[in-house]
Each structure stands twice: as C-alpha cells, then as structure tokens.
Design a protein around this ligand. Structure first.
Ligand SMILES: Cc1ncc(C[n+]2csc(CCOP(=O)(O)OP(=O)(O)O)c2C)c(N)n1
Ligand SMILES: [Mg+2]
Length: 676
C-alpha cells in the first residue's frame, strides 16, 4: 500500500486518482476540524474506494437525484458521513460548500449521521451500525422485485445495483448476520458491499474483540467474496468491482484492506483517527504528507472539474428517459403503473375502493380475532395493491400475514409478494425499511408484539426516516394465554407509542382493523404498527358517523348523554369491557360514555374542538388497556384512573388470566365507581 501520488494516466488527462481521493480526505478532515467533532478516519481510509466507485461505476445524476433507475448506495458505517457529503459536493449535487463548513451544526444539511436526503444523493444511511447493510439488502430486493414485474425482453427499465460500505462495527452487530444470511439465501446478485477491513474500532485494534474469518463467514452465507483487496489501489479496487459485478447469482462482499485515517502521518492506522479531529498539527502534517497545497475547503478547479458528474449523470438519466418513453409506447399500462408505484401514490380509485370494503365489513358485522381481520383486510386490499410486499419472521400462520394472492418471493420467483424472513425480526424491520426507501413497494411484516423489542431500532429508524413500513404485530396482550409472560407484551404499547412519528393502532374489531390498514397504506411519510389480538372479538355495532370516527383515532361509541358522569376510554380487546361496564353503570343510573381509542397519535392530531367533543371536560375518565398504564394519564387527567397491568403476565389460558388481572366487567365497573 504505497503512499504514491503519481499514478496519473496521461491518456485520460485526468488528475491522478490519488489526488481525486485526497479531495475527499481533505474535505472530511477539515470539516471535522471546523466542527471540532466528527470522524475523519473512515472517510480518509475509504476515500480511494469511494473515488473509484463514484467516478467509474456508480450510476447517479446530481441534477436528477430522484431518477428512479439510479444505483443505490448505503453508508452503513454512517459515522463516516463526511465522505458522503464530500462526494455529494464534489460530484455536483445541490449542496453548498458552506454547508460542509457548518458540518454538525444546527440547521446544516451536513448532520453528524445522515438519514435520508435524496436531493443530495443520500439514499438512507444509518447511525446505528449494521442496519445500513440490511437497508441495502431491502433495496436490492425491491430492485429485483420491480425488475421481475416490469422489465420485458429488450426493455429493461429497472436495472440498477445497490452498493453499501460497512465497517468492523457493522459486521460485529448481530443484524449483519440476519441480513446477510437472508441476502445470501435470496441470491441478491446486484448487491455489492465493501468491507472497510481496517482492523480498528473505537477501543483500538479489533483483534481483541473481533476475530471472525469474515470471508469464510460470508461464503458460508452463500455470498461471493473478493478477498484481500488493497483498498488504496484503484486498479485493485476496479478489478474487485468487476469481479463482483460479473457474479449475478450471489451478493458480493469486497474485503478491502485499508488504513484508517490514511494520510495523517502520525495517527493513521490507529483509533485516534476514528472519532476525533486530528488537531491542527496533525491536519497540517497530513496536508504536507499528501502534497495538498490548498487551504481548508478549497478544491482546485481541475479537481472539481474532474469530479463533476452532472453532465455524465444527466446523460445517463436522459438515456433512461428515452428508453422509458419507448417502453411506455410499447407497454403503456405497465409504464403508467411503474410511474404510479415509484411516486408512492395509491391507485386512482383507491378511496372509493377502500370505503366500499369498510362498508361491507360493517354490514357483515362478523366477530373475529383482529389478527384474522387483518388477513381479511389484506384479502380485501391486496388484489388492488401489487406494491405490497409482505412477510413474517417465521410466524405466518400466527400473524396471518399471507393472504389469498400471496406468492412466495424467492430467487426463482422474484416477482412474488410474500417473504419468509425466517426468525430474524430486526433484520426484517431494516430490510423492510430498505424496501420502503427504494420506492415502488410497500413492505409489511409480522411477528408477535412482544418481539418488537428485538427490532425496536428498526422501528425507530423507519419513523425517523419517514418510511412507509407497516408492522403487523399479533398476540397483543395477556390474551395470548398459555405461552406466558415471556410472550405477553406489557410495556410494549406504551413504549412504542413514545416513538415520534410512529402510528400505533390497536383496533377492537374487523371494521377498526380495516380502517387501521387503510390509514397505514395511505400514510406516505411514516410507519404504522398494528397491534392485533390472538383471541376472537365480537363485532361492534356502529352508525355511519362512528365508522368515519375510527379514522380520527378516537371516537364516541356510546355517548352516555351530553354530560356523562364517567368516560371509559379503551382500545382493542378492552373495548368490549368498556361497553359491558357502561351498560351496567347506565342501568344503575350512572351515565357512562365509551370512547374507542384505536390510535392515540391520530386522535392527538385532531382539532381541539373534536377532541373536546370526544372527551368532555366534566365527569371522570377511566382508561382501560391490558398493558402498562404510563401513557394513559394524559388522557384521563387528575381525577381519572387507568385500569392496566404494570407487572409481568402469567402462564394460563386467556380467560382465567383476564380474571386474575382484573379485566372483567365487574372489575371495570368497580374501578369506575371508585372515581365517581
Ligand atoms: C449500534 C451502534 N452501536 C455503537 C455505535 C457507536 N459507534 C460508532 S462507530 C463505532 C466503532 C465502529 O468501528 P468500525 O466500524 O470499525 O469503524 P472505523 O473505526 O473503522 O471507522 C461505534 C462503537 C453505533 N454508532 N451504533
Ligand atoms: Mg474499523
């Protein structure tokens, strides 16, 4: 790994590749210096790889960042974010130099860890290590799915690669196992990862805590591995990428030996460069060592010109537009459909279609478990929505996530719409996020509500990145019965409702379940979680206005007069208890209101006037939910009560369990009476 700066190819009349890479190094180093915080080591170490990838292979268009058939790139070792910002600036995306100068400052586009900003070429990138790999897997899966559905012989309009960078940290994380084992099984041949094999993480040399034989590990997953690539030799990097692209039936991992902080003469190769500024002295020494004569943030014109990818990108995008126009002439319906799906819009007649399905369910008035109702929702909506890509983490028969038109998605059936994710909850969440981020597909995935803990950061990332991922979580309370407390969610609903931008629905019957599904599908800027029962629930009788009320997240089921003495607020299976208790209270002369509150977030978003009409200020309020009480106090106020469970559950059939924990009509009536 020579520190040569003279590998110029005069025939191309381009600056030497090392100098092009040094532009990344210097921008990253100087931005971290200016911020007095950040991670110079990774961008300096991976600059040569990035230079080759962006300049020779990646198909992207800075002037048309949303071009649908662009290659996707995910930075899983997201702490190296300055590498992405530097490349975005150098290649000509709409990002000003002073944004780089304000790296990590309030309001700058250059955040510590980027999330998702396609306008400047950031597809999705995670701070939490390892998740980016899984996002890349999801993107590659979406690409293959769309290609299988839309490409026609001689007319390939979906044909791009997904690349990711990852580091030691990503590969130590368990999620890399889930995602890469899955990707190998799925034979995602257009997924290419670069492992920054620099032997260093924050605590020092990784041999003390990470000694896997990574190439063997990935070969065992069914990946194609290019070993021992000198990550500072552009020719070796090119050869590795060529080899990776040539293998189309396996994902590829390119194992790049690099030196973290490459170019900083005294600190390179050590953890000192990982996450702190090099300091003025070492930064000056790096400049000298790399033969960089320019002050911070100055990129000489010849380098800027050589990096500028606007013209090349515009040509690529225009070429695709021409091909797409031809395709549209030959296959007008497919072209319209692909355009719709990439836009994220639902079909034109969706509103009427979904409304009909809900009206039908209301008229049928059938009782069933809400997990069953969710399957009925898929049966109703699924045929209309070929963009749905569903799945379950090995609980398909319990989650009821497959429906009549489900076709298993495999390498042999890439146009399928149902994924057996295997027992890989976290991997599933992050793969779903990648599918959603790619566009053209709406992912949903199931497991037991209690195992949402295993995937929680994936749920959080979908909320943070505004992705339309739909989580189908069944067995939503002690009502699941005999499997016992390890399987019975208690604090989960409360905890999940705390994630900003996550919509949590806990429907009480088939109609509410359909409305919840519709809301999830129509939500383009965030995830939705459906908490569904294992046990059967009766259908609630509603008027037309009440059916409309469901979508508002909370609505009055039983008015109890204009000034009820008590308002019972319930969700899911506990709505039945509230209805039973209200009946008894009313019979005893206590005017009681019942409010069904399937989605607190949707309710909170309603105008004040509506909320006040549902929850009147007079009278007491009692919230009833078979889970942790914490989140309900804001709805019941000082004079209110919360009837919940703040201990772990127990192993027994559902009925005795509900009795044991006080989830019976008499117990709810007693709790209500204590408040009035
Ligand atoms: C899930 C998660 N855990 C911990 C961290 C904190 N963290 C950021 S970088 C890093 C070390 C990463 O080492 P490596 O991937 O080898 O990066 P390098 O130092 O080589 O750039 C850690 C622990 C994180 N970002 N995400
Ligand atoms: Mg490392």
């Amino acid at each position: 790994m020579a520190l040569s700066t003279t590998n110029q190819d005069p025939a191309l009349a381009r600056p030497p590749r090392r100098r092009l890479a040094n532009a990344i190094r210097m921008l990253a180093m100087d931005a971290v210096e200016a911020a007095k915080s950040g991670h110079p080591g990774m961008p300096m170490g991976m600059a040569d790889i990035a230079e080759v990838l962006w300049n020779d292979y990646l198909r992207f268009a800075p002037t048309e960042p949303h071009w649908p058939d662009r290659d996707r790139f995910v930075l899983s070792n997201g702490h190296g974010s300055m590498l992405l910002y530097a490349v975005a600036y150098l290649t000509g995306y709409e990002i000003r130099l002073d944004e780089l100068k304000r790296f990590r400052q309030l309001g700058s586009r250059c955040a510590g860890h980027p999330e998702r900003e396609i306008d400047i070429g950031i597809e999705t990138t995670t701070g939490p290590l390892g998740q980016g790999i899984a996002l890349g897997v999801g993107m590659a899966l979406a690409e293959r799915s769309l290609a299988a559905q839309f490409n026609r012989p001689g007319a390939g309009v979906v044909d791009h690669h997904t690349y990711f960078f990852c580091g030691d940290g990503c590969l130590m994380e368990g999620i890399s196992h889930e995602a890469c084992s899955f990707a190998g099984m799925q034979k995602l041949g257009k997924l290419i990862g670069f492992y920054d094999d620099n032997g260093i993480s924050i605590d020092g040399e990784v041999v003390g805590w990470f000694r896997d034989d990574t190439p063997k590990r990935f070969e065992a997953y069914g990946w194609h591995v290019v070993r021992n690539v000198d990550g500072h030799d552009p020719n070796a990097i090119r050869a590795a990428i060529e080899a990776a692209r040539a293998v189309r039936d396996k994902p590829s991992l390119i194992v790049c030996k690099t030196i973290i902080g490459y170019g900083a003469p005294n600190k390179q190769g050590t953890e000192a460069t990982h996450g702190s500024p090099l300091g003025p002295e070492e930064a000056a020494a790096a400049r000298k060592n790399l033969g960089w004569e320019y002050p911070p943030f100055e990129i000489p014109d010849n380098l800027k010109r050589a990096w500028d990818a606007r013209e090349r990108g515009a040509k690529l995008a225009a070429d695709w537009q021409r091909r797409f126009a031809d395709y549209a002439r030959q296959f007008p319906e497919l072209a319209t459909e692909l355009t719709r799906r990439m836009s994220g819009d639902l079909p034109k007649d969706w509103v009427a279609f979904a409304g009909d399905a809900i009206a039908k369910a209301a008229a049928a008035g059938k009782g069933m478990a809400t997990r069953k109702a969710s399957q009925a929702a898929l049966d109703a909506f699924g045929p209309k929505l070929p963009e749905l890509i569903g799945g379950s983490a090995d609980l398909t028969p319990s989650n009821n996530t497959s429906f009549k038109q489900s076709v298993v998605l495999t390498p042999e059936q890439p146009a399928g719409n149902y994924i057996h994710y295997g027992v890989r909850e976290f991997g599933m969440a992050a793969v779903m996020n990648g599918v959603a981020a790619h566009g053209g597909c709406i992912p949903y995935g199931g497991t037991f509500l209690v195992f949402s803990d295993y995937m929680r950061n994936g749920l959080r990332m979908s909320a943070l990145m505004h992705l339309r991922s739909i989580y189908v979580f069944t067995h939503d309370s002690i009502g699941l019965g005999e499997d016992g407390p390890t399987h019975q969610p208690i604090e989960h609903l409360a905890a999940l409702r705390l994630i900003p931008n996550m919509h949590v629905w806990r429907p009480c019957d088939a109609v509410e379940t359909l409305v919840a599904w519709r809301a999830a599908l129509e939500r383009q800027n965030g995830p939705t979680l459906l908490a569904l029962t294992r046990q059967d629930l009766p259908a609630v009788v509603r008027g037309a206005e009440q059916i409309l009320g469901v979508a508002r997240g909370g609505y009055v089921l039983v008015a109890g007069g204009a000034a009820p003495k008590i308002t019972l607020i319930a969700t899911g299976s506990e709505v039945q208890l509230a209805l039973g208790a209200a009946q008894e209270l009313t019979a005893a002369g206590v005017a009681a209101r019942v409010v069904s509150m399937p989605c607190t977030q949707a309710f909170d978003a309603q105008p004040e006037e509506y909320r006040a009409s549902v929850l009147p200020s007079g009278g007491a309020r009692l919230a009833i939910e078979a889970g942790a009480t914490g989140g309900w106090w804001r709805y019941v106020g000082d004079r209110g009560g919360v009837h919940g469970i703040d201990t772990f559950g127990a192993s027994a059939p559902a009925k005795p369990l509900f009795e044991h924990f006080g989830f019976t009509v008499p117990a709810v009536v007693a709790a209500a009476r204590r408040l009035i």
